[in-house]
Design a protein around this ligand. Structure first.
Ligand code: PLP
Length: 282
């Protein structure tokens, strides 16, 4: 069986593919020491990356928010080409792009691409839906917009809190999390955007709360709008999700995961998930 993991890194102006278990980063890299870097997770479908442009645009924005020089789209495309070279097209993959500050002291940033098969559990959640718990993030909804040091809107490597929130959910017997602000406003999932359907409209929380601008949510809203399904940016609460016709957590690799249980309460999707998936697949 072909090993389903690939790694490529940027060295002296070109993409170098290496065996997946070969070390490629110095122990002094600031990405490792401090989580000082940014990343993207890009879906690989039928051997290509259909939504890459939106991810590269966000990677460039994230790098600018952290003051890390962006290596440019050409570098990322070369790295992706290197990891995709002999990838079996029948295998759905997730390509992770990492950009760190590097070792510092005048060294260039570190740029890497990793490719692996989408985990079985992710595929199961896409099909079966997810149970979700709401957890507080402890920041006021309007705080991060005026606090650039908190890096709202940047997809940074500092995901330890996001991963801890998911582990907390697992300990409670749930699959995933909806994070809320200090006042109880909806923010996002630790690796996803919250979208709900209510009153014939698709809703998502405002990015001014400091959440990440989701590429999957943007694609869904553009296609829904063109298809006559109104969309809105709406500050909401967990109560709004309980009252909604349907709730999804959206992300590039998992797609639209239907929330079938929220804080222990079962909920339906009014048959809307099929339309959401069809719009995303167009
Ligand atoms: N919000 C956070 C915190 C994320 O990590 C992600 C996914 O990477 C998203 C939202 C959804 O973004 P996208 O749809 O671009 O994958």
């Amino acid at each position: 069986m072909t090993e389903q993991r690939r790694v490529a890194f940027w060295r002296d102006g070109s993409a170098v593919a290496v065996p997946a278990d070969q070390p490629v980063v110095t122990a002094f890299d600031q990405g490792l020491a401090r989580g000082d870097g940014v990343f993207e997770s890009v879906a690989v479908v039928a051997g290509s990356t259909p939504h890459l442009d939106a991810h590269l645009a966000r990677l460039t924005r994230s790098a600018a928010l952290l003051d890390i020089p962006s290596p440019g789209d050409g570098t990322w495309r070369a790295l992706i080409g290197a990891v995709l070279a002999d990838w079996p097209s029948a295998v759905e993959g997730v390509c992770r792009l990492f950009l760190t500050r590097g070792p510092g002291e005048g060294s260039p940033p570190t740029a890497l691409a990793l490719l692996a098969a989408v985990p079985e559990e992710t595929l199961r959640q896409r099909t079966d839906g997810i149970s979700v718990v709401s957890l507080g993030l402890g920041v006021p909804a309007d705080f991060r917009a005026g606090a650039p040091w908190l890096l709202g809107g940047a997809k940074t490597l500092s995901y330890a809190v996001n991963m801890a929130a998911q582990r907390h959910a697992h300990a409670l017997g749930a699959d995933d999390v909806v994070l809320t602000s200090l006042e109880g406003q909806l923010l996002e999932g630790p690796t996803s955007t919250v979208v709900w359907a209510a009153g014939g409209t698709l809703h998502t929380p405002p990015v001014e709360t400091g959440i990440l601008a989701g590429t999957t949510q943007a694609r869904l809203f553009a296609r829904a709008g063109a298809d006559g399904w109104p969309t809105a940016v709406t500050p909401g609460t967990v109560e709004d999700l309980h009252a909604a016709d349907a709730v999804w957590l959206l992300s590039g690799v998992r797609g639209a995961a239907t929330v079938h249980t929220l804080d222990g309460v079962r909920r339906g999707d009014a048959g809307l998930s099929e339309r959401v998936r069809e719009l995303l697949a167009r």
